[in-house]
Design a protein around this ligand. Sequence first.
Ligand code: PHE
Length: 382
Amino acid sequence: MKRLRILALMLPLLALSACKKAPSDSADASASGDIPIGEFASLTGATASFGQSSHKGTQMAVDEINAGGGVLGRKLRLVTEDDQSKPGEAAIVVRKLISRDKIVALLGEVASSRSLEAAPICQQAGIPMISPASTNPKVTEAGDMIFRVCFIDPFQGTVLSKFALSKGWKRVAVLTDVKQDYSVGLSQFFKAHIAANGGQVVSEQSYSSGDKDFKAQLTAIKGTDPEAILASGYYTEAGLIASQARELELNVPLLGGDGWDAPALVEVGGKAIEGSFFSNHFSDEDAAPSIQAFLKKFEAKYGQKPDAMAALGYDSAMILADAIKRAGATDGLKLKEAIAATKNFPAVTGNITLNAQRNADKPAVMLVVKEGKFRYVETVSP
Ligand code: PHE
Protein backbone atom coordinates (compact mmCIF):
# COMPACT_ATOMS: atom_id res chain seq x y z
CA MET A 1 0.00 0.00 0.00
CA LYS A 2 2.69 2.35 1.13
CA ARG A 3 4.62 1.65 -2.03
CA LEU A 4 1.63 2.46 -4.16
CA ARG A 5 1.16 5.74 -2.38
CA ILE A 6 4.80 6.64 -2.99
CA LEU A 7 4.32 5.74 -6.60
CA ALA A 8 1.25 7.92 -6.80
CA LEU A 9 3.22 10.77 -5.30
CA MET A 10 5.94 10.25 -7.88
CA LEU A 11 3.59 10.18 -10.83
CA PRO A 12 3.27 13.92 -11.28
CA LEU A 13 7.06 14.11 -11.11
CA LEU A 14 7.37 11.52 -13.84
CA ALA A 15 4.90 13.41 -15.92
CA LEU A 16 6.94 16.57 -15.37
CA SER A 17 10.13 14.94 -16.54
CA ALA A 18 8.27 13.65 -19.57
CA CYS A 19 7.22 17.22 -20.30
CA LYS A 20 10.82 18.36 -20.09
CA LYS A 21 11.54 16.25 -23.12
CA ALA A 22 9.05 18.23 -25.16
CA PRO A 23 11.48 20.81 -26.59
CA SER A 24 13.59 18.14 -28.27
CA ASP A 25 10.46 16.34 -29.46
CA SER A 26 9.39 19.51 -31.16
CA ALA A 27 12.26 18.84 -33.56
CA ASP A 28 9.99 16.16 -34.96
CA ALA A 29 8.97 16.75 -38.55
CA SER A 30 5.24 16.78 -37.95
CA ALA A 31 5.48 19.09 -34.93
CA SER A 32 7.50 21.89 -36.46
CA GLY A 33 6.48 21.56 -40.07
CA ASP A 34 9.95 21.49 -41.49
CA ILE A 35 11.85 18.37 -42.49
CA PRO A 36 14.92 17.66 -40.33
CA ILE A 37 17.84 16.36 -42.38
CA GLY A 38 20.95 15.24 -40.50
CA GLU A 39 24.50 15.86 -41.57
CA PHE A 40 27.69 14.65 -39.91
CA ALA A 41 31.00 16.09 -41.01
CA SER A 42 34.57 16.67 -39.84
CA LEU A 43 34.20 20.41 -39.28
CA THR A 44 37.25 20.36 -36.99
CA GLY A 45 40.22 18.06 -36.39
CA ALA A 46 42.75 16.43 -38.70
CA THR A 47 40.65 16.37 -41.88
CA ALA A 48 38.64 19.55 -41.25
CA SER A 49 39.11 20.50 -44.89
CA PHE A 50 36.84 17.58 -45.89
CA GLY A 51 34.00 18.44 -43.52
CA GLN A 52 34.08 22.17 -44.04
CA SER A 53 33.92 21.75 -47.81
CA SER A 54 31.21 19.13 -47.92
CA HIS A 55 29.18 21.13 -45.41
CA LYS A 56 29.36 24.28 -47.54
CA GLY A 57 28.10 22.38 -50.57
CA THR A 58 25.36 20.67 -48.58
CA GLN A 59 24.22 23.93 -46.97
CA MET A 60 24.14 25.68 -50.32
CA ALA A 61 21.87 23.00 -51.77
CA VAL A 62 19.51 23.18 -48.78
CA ASP A 63 19.38 26.99 -49.01
CA GLU A 64 18.55 26.77 -52.71
CA ILE A 65 15.82 24.20 -52.15
CA ASN A 66 14.29 26.29 -49.38
CA ALA A 67 14.49 29.47 -51.45
CA GLY A 68 12.49 27.60 -54.07
CA GLY A 69 9.77 26.74 -51.55
CA GLY A 70 11.22 23.57 -50.02
CA VAL A 71 9.87 20.09 -50.72
CA LEU A 72 6.31 18.81 -50.22
CA GLY A 73 5.48 22.37 -49.24
CA ARG A 74 7.85 22.16 -46.27
CA LYS A 75 11.29 23.62 -45.63
CA LEU A 76 14.32 21.42 -45.14
CA ARG A 77 16.14 21.98 -41.86
CA LEU A 78 19.78 20.87 -41.93
CA VAL A 79 20.99 19.69 -38.52
CA THR A 80 24.79 19.45 -38.65
CA GLU A 81 27.02 17.67 -36.16
CA ASP A 82 30.82 17.87 -36.04
CA ASP A 83 32.54 14.50 -35.57
CA GLN A 84 35.89 16.26 -35.08
CA SER A 85 37.61 13.85 -37.51
CA LYS A 86 37.79 11.45 -34.55
CA PRO A 87 37.26 7.70 -34.65
CA GLY A 88 34.24 6.83 -32.49
CA GLU A 89 32.76 10.32 -32.58
CA ALA A 90 30.85 9.72 -35.82
CA ALA A 91 28.81 6.96 -34.16
CA ILE A 92 28.03 9.20 -31.17
CA VAL A 93 26.84 12.19 -33.18
CA VAL A 94 24.83 10.09 -35.62
CA ARG A 95 22.97 8.39 -32.76
CA LYS A 96 22.24 11.85 -31.39
CA LEU A 97 20.90 13.07 -34.73
CA ILE A 98 18.58 10.09 -34.95
CA SER A 99 17.27 10.00 -31.37
CA ARG A 100 17.36 13.67 -30.39
CA ASP A 101 16.78 15.47 -33.69
CA LYS A 102 14.53 12.85 -35.29
CA ILE A 103 16.18 13.28 -38.67
CA VAL A 104 14.43 11.64 -41.61
CA ALA A 105 17.69 11.02 -43.51
CA LEU A 106 21.42 11.48 -43.01
CA LEU A 107 24.01 13.11 -45.27
CA GLY A 108 27.70 12.26 -44.77
CA GLU A 109 30.52 11.52 -44.35
CA VAL A 110 33.50 12.16 -46.56
CA ALA A 111 36.00 9.78 -44.93
CA SER A 112 35.11 6.13 -45.43
CA SER A 113 36.05 5.04 -41.90
CA ARG A 114 33.53 7.47 -40.45
CA SER A 115 30.80 6.52 -42.92
CA LEU A 116 31.46 2.93 -41.92
CA GLU A 117 30.73 3.83 -38.29
CA ALA A 118 27.44 5.47 -39.18
CA ALA A 119 26.10 3.08 -41.81
CA PRO A 120 25.09 0.17 -39.52
CA ILE A 121 23.44 2.62 -37.12
CA CYS A 122 21.32 4.13 -39.90
CA GLN A 123 20.54 0.73 -41.34
CA GLN A 124 19.28 -0.49 -37.97
CA ALA A 125 17.27 2.65 -37.31
CA GLY A 126 15.71 2.61 -40.78
CA ILE A 127 17.13 6.02 -41.63
CA PRO A 128 18.41 6.40 -45.19
CA MET A 129 21.98 7.67 -45.40
CA ILE A 130 23.68 9.20 -48.43
CA SER A 131 27.44 9.56 -48.35
CA PRO A 132 28.65 12.28 -50.68
CA ALA A 133 32.22 11.08 -51.03
CA SER A 134 33.12 7.86 -49.20
CA THR A 135 34.55 5.55 -51.83
CA ASN A 136 35.29 2.36 -49.89
CA PRO A 137 32.98 -0.38 -51.21
CA LYS A 138 32.04 -1.61 -47.71
CA VAL A 139 30.09 1.57 -46.92
CA THR A 140 26.99 0.73 -48.95
CA GLU A 141 27.36 -2.98 -48.22
CA ALA A 142 26.08 -2.14 -44.72
CA GLY A 143 22.54 -2.47 -46.09
CA ASP A 144 19.76 -1.23 -48.32
CA MET A 145 19.37 2.08 -46.44
CA ILE A 146 22.88 3.20 -47.37
CA PHE A 147 23.69 5.08 -50.58
CA ARG A 148 26.43 7.22 -52.07
CA VAL A 149 26.63 9.66 -54.96
CA CYS A 150 30.25 8.91 -55.92
CA PHE A 151 32.20 6.09 -57.55
CA ILE A 152 33.93 3.40 -55.50
CA ASP A 153 37.56 2.41 -54.98
CA PRO A 154 37.73 -0.76 -57.09
CA PHE A 155 37.16 1.70 -59.96
CA GLN A 156 39.41 4.44 -58.57
CA GLY A 157 42.23 1.91 -57.99
CA THR A 158 41.89 0.76 -61.59
CA VAL A 159 41.96 4.33 -62.88
CA LEU A 160 45.21 4.98 -61.00
CA SER A 161 46.79 1.73 -62.13
CA LYS A 162 45.85 2.31 -65.78
CA PHE A 163 47.20 5.83 -65.56
CA ALA A 164 50.55 4.60 -64.17
CA LEU A 165 50.81 1.97 -66.90
CA SER A 166 49.92 4.51 -69.60
CA LYS A 167 52.86 6.60 -68.37
CA GLY A 168 55.11 3.55 -68.63
CA TRP A 169 55.51 3.24 -64.84
CA LYS A 170 55.59 -0.50 -64.24
CA ARG A 171 57.64 -0.68 -61.06
CA VAL A 172 55.52 0.95 -58.40
CA ALA A 173 55.73 1.26 -54.62
CA VAL A 174 52.64 1.52 -52.44
CA LEU A 175 52.42 3.47 -49.19
CA THR A 176 49.24 2.89 -47.18
CA ASP A 177 47.62 4.55 -44.16
CA VAL A 178 46.54 1.50 -42.18
CA LYS A 179 44.24 3.60 -39.98
CA GLN A 180 41.96 4.51 -42.91
CA ASP A 181 39.69 1.97 -44.59
CA TYR A 182 39.82 4.21 -47.63
CA SER A 183 43.61 4.01 -47.99
CA VAL A 184 43.76 0.28 -47.26
CA GLY A 185 41.10 -0.43 -49.91
CA LEU A 186 42.52 1.89 -52.54
CA SER A 187 46.00 0.33 -52.20
CA GLN A 188 44.51 -3.14 -52.42
CA PHE A 189 42.53 -2.44 -55.62
CA PHE A 190 45.44 -0.60 -57.22
CA LYS A 191 47.84 -3.47 -56.46
CA ALA A 192 45.49 -6.13 -57.79
CA HIS A 193 44.98 -4.29 -61.07
CA ILE A 194 48.57 -3.34 -61.76
CA ALA A 195 49.93 -6.77 -60.89
CA ALA A 196 47.44 -8.38 -63.27
CA ASN A 197 48.31 -5.97 -66.08
CA GLY A 198 52.03 -6.19 -66.49
CA GLY A 199 53.13 -3.98 -63.59
CA GLN A 200 54.95 -4.90 -60.43
CA VAL A 201 54.53 -3.73 -56.85
CA VAL A 202 58.18 -3.46 -55.76
CA SER A 203 57.58 -2.25 -52.21
CA GLU A 204 54.67 -2.06 -49.79
CA GLN A 205 54.96 0.25 -46.82
CA SER A 206 52.52 1.60 -44.28
CA TYR A 207 51.96 4.34 -41.68
CA SER A 208 49.19 5.56 -39.38
CA SER A 209 47.13 8.76 -39.74
CA GLY A 210 48.87 11.57 -37.90
CA ASP A 211 52.42 10.23 -38.42
CA LYS A 212 54.94 12.90 -39.32
CA ASP A 213 58.07 10.94 -40.18
CA PHE A 214 58.07 8.70 -43.24
CA LYS A 215 61.83 8.46 -43.76
CA ALA A 216 62.13 4.77 -42.86
CA GLN A 217 59.38 3.76 -45.30
CA LEU A 218 60.72 6.04 -48.03
CA THR A 219 64.26 4.75 -47.58
CA ALA A 220 63.00 1.19 -48.00
CA ILE A 221 61.04 2.27 -51.08
CA LYS A 222 64.07 4.01 -52.57
CA GLY A 223 66.05 0.78 -52.26
CA THR A 224 63.62 -0.94 -54.64
CA ASP A 225 64.05 1.65 -57.39
CA PRO A 226 60.39 2.34 -58.25
CA GLU A 227 59.15 4.46 -61.15
CA ALA A 228 56.22 5.87 -59.15
CA ILE A 229 54.76 5.71 -55.63
CA LEU A 230 51.09 5.39 -54.76
CA ALA A 231 50.44 7.32 -51.54
CA SER A 232 46.86 6.24 -51.03
CA GLY A 233 46.15 8.16 -47.81
CA TYR A 234 44.80 11.66 -47.22
CA TYR A 235 46.26 15.09 -48.01
CA THR A 236 47.14 15.40 -44.32
CA GLU A 237 50.18 13.17 -44.83
CA ALA A 238 50.69 13.26 -48.62
CA GLY A 239 52.41 16.67 -48.59
CA LEU A 240 54.86 15.54 -45.91
CA ILE A 241 55.50 12.28 -47.74
CA ALA A 242 56.36 14.22 -50.91
CA SER A 243 58.73 16.59 -49.05
CA GLN A 244 60.53 13.78 -47.27
CA ALA A 245 60.82 11.73 -50.47
CA ARG A 246 62.54 14.66 -52.18
CA GLU A 247 64.86 15.13 -49.20
CA LEU A 248 65.94 11.53 -49.71
CA GLU A 249 66.39 12.22 -53.41
CA LEU A 250 63.60 9.91 -54.25
CA ASN A 251 62.38 11.95 -57.18
CA VAL A 252 59.75 9.75 -58.83
CA PRO A 253 56.16 11.01 -59.22
CA LEU A 254 53.65 10.34 -56.48
CA LEU A 255 50.13 9.14 -57.22
CA GLY A 256 47.14 9.65 -54.99
CA GLY A 257 43.38 9.29 -54.89
CA ASP A 258 40.55 11.73 -54.16
CA GLY A 259 41.76 12.02 -50.57
CA TRP A 260 44.48 14.41 -51.77
CA ASP A 261 41.93 17.07 -52.69
CA ALA A 262 42.61 19.90 -50.24
CA PRO A 263 44.53 23.19 -50.35
CA ALA A 264 46.82 21.82 -47.61
CA LEU A 265 48.26 19.33 -50.10
CA VAL A 266 50.23 22.12 -51.79
CA GLU A 267 50.61 24.23 -48.66
CA VAL A 268 52.53 21.37 -47.05
CA GLY A 269 53.92 19.68 -50.16
CA GLY A 270 55.13 22.87 -51.86
CA LYS A 271 57.62 22.20 -54.65
CA ALA A 272 57.94 18.55 -53.65
CA ILE A 273 54.38 17.70 -54.70
CA GLU A 274 54.66 19.44 -58.12
CA GLY A 275 54.29 16.98 -60.98
CA SER A 276 52.40 14.44 -58.91
CA PHE A 277 48.99 13.15 -59.98
CA PHE A 278 45.73 12.24 -58.28
CA SER A 279 42.31 11.00 -59.28
CA ASN A 280 39.23 12.96 -58.30
CA HIS A 281 35.48 13.37 -58.79
CA PHE A 282 35.51 16.69 -60.56
CA SER A 283 37.77 19.37 -61.99
CA ASP A 284 36.97 23.06 -61.75
CA GLU A 285 38.52 23.38 -65.22
CA ASP A 286 35.74 21.27 -66.70
CA ALA A 287 33.72 23.35 -69.16
CA ALA A 288 30.50 21.40 -68.50
CA PRO A 289 27.69 23.94 -67.89
CA SER A 290 26.63 22.18 -64.68
CA ILE A 291 30.12 22.63 -63.23
CA GLN A 292 30.61 26.20 -64.41
CA ALA A 293 27.23 27.28 -63.03
CA PHE A 294 28.03 25.62 -59.71
CA LEU A 295 31.45 27.32 -59.53
CA LYS A 296 29.86 30.72 -60.02
CA LYS A 297 27.17 30.19 -57.39
CA PHE A 298 29.63 28.75 -54.89
CA GLU A 299 32.16 31.53 -55.30
CA ALA A 300 29.44 34.16 -54.98
CA LYS A 301 28.24 32.61 -51.72
CA TYR A 302 31.53 31.67 -50.06
CA GLY A 303 34.21 33.72 -51.83
CA GLN A 304 36.28 30.64 -52.59
CA LYS A 305 36.47 27.88 -55.15
CA PRO A 306 34.64 24.64 -54.44
CA ASP A 307 36.53 21.36 -54.37
CA ALA A 308 35.20 17.86 -55.06
CA MET A 309 33.71 17.46 -51.59
CA ALA A 310 31.76 20.69 -51.91
CA ALA A 311 30.32 19.55 -55.24
CA LEU A 312 29.48 16.11 -53.89
CA GLY A 313 27.95 17.53 -50.70
CA TYR A 314 25.73 19.68 -52.90
CA ASP A 315 24.79 16.70 -55.06
CA SER A 316 23.98 14.49 -52.07
CA ALA A 317 21.49 17.03 -50.70
CA MET A 318 19.91 17.63 -54.12
CA ILE A 319 19.44 13.91 -54.66
CA LEU A 320 17.84 13.54 -51.25
CA ALA A 321 15.46 16.45 -51.90
CA ASP A 322 14.52 14.97 -55.26
CA ALA A 323 13.81 11.61 -53.61
CA ILE A 324 11.64 13.17 -50.88
CA LYS A 325 9.62 14.85 -53.63
CA ARG A 326 9.18 11.63 -55.58
CA ALA A 327 8.40 9.65 -52.42
CA GLY A 328 5.80 12.21 -51.38
CA ALA A 329 6.71 11.28 -47.83
CA THR A 330 9.55 11.29 -45.34
CA ASP A 331 9.28 7.84 -43.82
CA GLY A 332 12.43 5.76 -44.10
CA LEU A 333 11.07 2.94 -46.24
CA LYS A 334 9.43 5.12 -48.86
CA LEU A 335 12.41 7.42 -48.92
CA LYS A 336 14.80 4.53 -49.37
CA GLU A 337 12.79 3.24 -52.35
CA ALA A 338 12.80 6.68 -53.94
CA ILE A 339 16.54 7.21 -53.44
CA ALA A 340 17.22 3.76 -54.90
CA ALA A 341 15.19 4.72 -57.98
CA THR A 342 17.36 7.77 -58.73
CA LYS A 343 17.98 7.79 -62.46
CA ASN A 344 19.85 10.22 -64.64
CA PHE A 345 19.69 12.96 -62.04
CA PRO A 346 21.48 16.03 -63.46
CA ALA A 347 24.04 16.58 -60.71
CA VAL A 348 27.08 18.88 -60.67
CA THR A 349 29.49 15.95 -60.73
CA GLY A 350 27.72 14.28 -63.66
CA ASN A 351 24.44 12.52 -64.28
CA ILE A 352 23.72 10.23 -61.37
CA THR A 353 22.00 6.87 -61.64
CA LEU A 354 22.19 4.71 -58.54
CA ASN A 355 23.02 1.11 -59.39
CA ALA A 356 21.79 -2.05 -57.68
CA GLN A 357 24.61 -1.74 -55.10
CA ARG A 358 23.42 1.80 -54.30
CA ASN A 359 26.58 3.37 -55.74
CA ALA A 360 26.95 5.83 -58.60
CA ASP A 361 28.75 4.76 -61.77
CA LYS A 362 30.58 7.90 -62.75
CA PRO A 363 33.78 8.87 -64.52
CA ALA A 364 36.87 9.99 -62.62
CA VAL A 365 39.26 12.75 -63.57
CA MET A 366 43.04 12.70 -63.30
CA LEU A 367 44.62 15.93 -62.07
CA VAL A 368 48.25 17.05 -61.90
CA VAL A 369 49.71 19.44 -59.35
CA LYS A 370 51.21 22.31 -61.35
CA GLU A 371 52.33 25.67 -59.97
CA GLY A 372 50.37 24.99 -56.83
CA LYS A 373 47.15 24.31 -58.75
CA PHE A 374 45.25 21.15 -59.59
CA ARG A 375 45.18 21.02 -63.38
CA TYR A 376 42.92 18.77 -65.41
CA VAL A 377 44.68 15.93 -67.26
CA GLU A 378 42.01 13.52 -68.48
CA THR A 379 38.65 11.89 -67.77
CA VAL A 380 38.42 8.14 -67.26
CA SER A 381 35.05 6.42 -67.63
CA PRO A 382 34.09 3.20 -65.84
N1 PHE B 1 37.05 9.02 -50.87
C1 PHE B 1 37.58 9.39 -49.59
C2 PHE B 1 37.19 8.33 -48.58
O1 PHE B 1 36.42 7.47 -48.88
C3 PHE B 1 37.09 10.71 -49.13
C4 PHE B 1 37.26 11.86 -50.06
C5 PHE B 1 36.39 12.08 -51.11
C6 PHE B 1 38.25 12.77 -49.88
C7 PHE B 1 36.53 13.14 -51.97
C8 PHE B 1 38.41 13.83 -50.73
C9 PHE B 1 37.55 14.01 -51.81
O2 PHE B 1 37.61 8.32 -47.46
